[in-house]
Design a protein around this ligand. Structure first.
Ligand code: TXA
Ligand code: MG
Length: 307
C-alpha cells in the first residue's frame, strides 16, 4: 500500500540517516539527493524493494536502474571492471559518472534492477547525504531520478514532493543538488557516451554513442523530462502565452545563466522547467544554449522535454 503522507527529514537532523536506512532495510523507498539530481533509492538486492521504485515512479519495468555504491570495492562486488573501467573509476569517482559494465559473478543485484540485462549501470556518488545513506545501509542502492516516470528530474525536495507526494515514505532533504543534471553514462569497453551529463565528451575523450544503440539505455526514451505543456526551443523572444526561459543575452521570465555560464545553466535547468510548468503560461519557450561542453547534456534534456 502506498504510504499516505511523505515525511521530509533534513540532512543533519539527528537520527535522519538512521530513519532513512530503516525505511530501506524494510524494503521501502527514500528520496535522497546526489550531486546530480534527487534519486529514489531502494535496496538493489531486494527485488520487492526495486519493484517499489518502479511502482512509485510508474516506470516501465524494462527500463534498468543505476546502482549506487559507496566506493570502488563495493562497485567490484556488483560489476566486472577491466583496465579501462578502473581508469575511469580512479579519475572520476566519487562523482557524476555512471559506468555500464558486465555484472560481476555472484552479484547480488536483483534482476529487476538491471531489467534482466547482463550488464549493470553503477556509480559512486559524491554527495554527503547519499554517501551517508549508502554507508548506513551497507548495501547497493538502486536509484533512478525521484520523479514520476517521464517527468522533469528533481533538483530540490519540493520537486520530489510535486510528483511523488504520498507515493513514497521519506525524503532526505539536503537542499538543491549542485550539478542539476543526471550523471554522464558511459560504456567503457566501447569508449562511448550513452547519456551526456556533467562530465563532458571533451573531458572523457569519448564519442557520443548511438541513441538507443546496441546497449539500449531506455531512459533515452525520446519523451523524457517532459513538462505538462508544449516546449519551443531556440526561442529568441517571448510569444503570446509563453513562459520564456532565457540564456545569455536572451532575458527570460527565468534565466539559466545571464553570463552564459553552462555549469550554472545545468544546475538551474530542471528548476527552471519546474517553475515554467507551475506557471500560468500555456506554453514554454527556451532560448538557444550552445552545444559546447556541458551544453550537449543541456540540449539533450531540452530536446527530450520538447519532444
Ligand atoms: O545522476 C543520475 O544518474 C541519477 C542519480 C539519482 O544518480 N540517476 C538517474 O537514473 O538518472 P535514471 O534511472 O533516471 O537513469 C538511468 C539511466 C537510464 O537511461 C537507463 O536506461 C540507463 O541508465 N541504464 C541503466 N542500466 C543500464 C544498462 N545496463 N545499460 C545501458 N543503460 C542502462
Ligand atoms: Mg530519470
Amino acid at each position: 500500500n502506498p504510504p499516505l503522507g511523505t515525511r521530509s527529514l533534513r540532512y543533519g537532523t539527528p537520527g535522519a540517516i538512521e530513519a532513512a536506512a530503516a525505511v530501506i532495510a524494510r524494503g521501502g523507498c527514500v528520496a535522497v539527493p546526489t550531486e546530480t539530481v534527487y534519486g529514489l533509492a531502494a535496496d538493489a538486492t531486494d527485488s520487492r524493494a526495486v519493484a517499489g521504485i518502479y511502482a512509485a515512479k510508474g516506470r516501465p519495468s524494462f527500463n534498468p536502474l543505476i546502482v549506487h555504491v559507496p566506493d570502488l570495492d563495493a562497485a567490484r562486488a556488483v560489476a566486472r571492471f577491466d583496465d579501462a573501467a578502473l581508469a575511469l573509476a580512479a579519475r572520476w569517482w566519487p562523482g557524476p559518472l555512471t559506468l555500464v559494465l558486465p555484472l560481476a559473478d555472484g552479484s547480488a543485484v536483483a534482476a529487476l534492477a538491471t531489467a534482466g540485462l547482463d550488464t549493470v549501470a553503477v556509480r559512486v556518488p559524491a554527495h554527503r547525504a547519499m554517501q551517508a545513506l549508502l554507508k548506513a545501509c551497507g548495501r547497493p542502492l538502486a536509484a533512478p531520478s525521484a520523479n514520476a516516470s517521464g517527468g522533469i528530474s528533481p533538483t530540490r525536495a519540493s520537486h520530489v514532493l510535486a510528483s511523488l507526494d504520498g507515493r513514497i515514505e521519506l525524503i532526505l532533504d539536503d537542499g538543491a543538488t549542485p550539478a542539476g543534471i543526471e550523471s554522464t553514462i558511459v560504456d567503457p569497453a566501447r569508449g562511448l557516451i550513452l547519456r551526456p551529463g556533467p562530465i563532458t565528451a571533451e573531458q572523457l575523450g569519448f564519442a557520443r554513442g548511438p541513441e538507443g544503440g546496441a546497449i539500449t539505455a531506455p531512459g533515452q526514451l525520446s519523451s523524457h523530462y517532459a513538462p505538462g505543456k508544449p516546449v519551443r526551443l531556440d526561442a529568441t523572444e517571448r510569444r503570446s502565452g509563453e513562459w520564456l526561459i532565457g540564456f545569455g543575452a536572451v532575458e527570460g521570465d527565468d534565466t539559466l545563466s545571464a553570463s552564459g555560464d553552462l555549469v550554472e545553466a545545468a544546475s538551474r535547468l530542471f528548476d527552471a522547467l519546474h517553475r515554467a510548468d507551475a506557471s500560468n503560461a500555456a506554453a514554454i519557450a527556451v532560448a538557444p544554449v550552445p552545444y559546447t561542453g556541458l551544453g550537449e547534456a543541456i540540449n539533450d534534456r531540452l530536446q527530450r522535454a520538447a519532444f
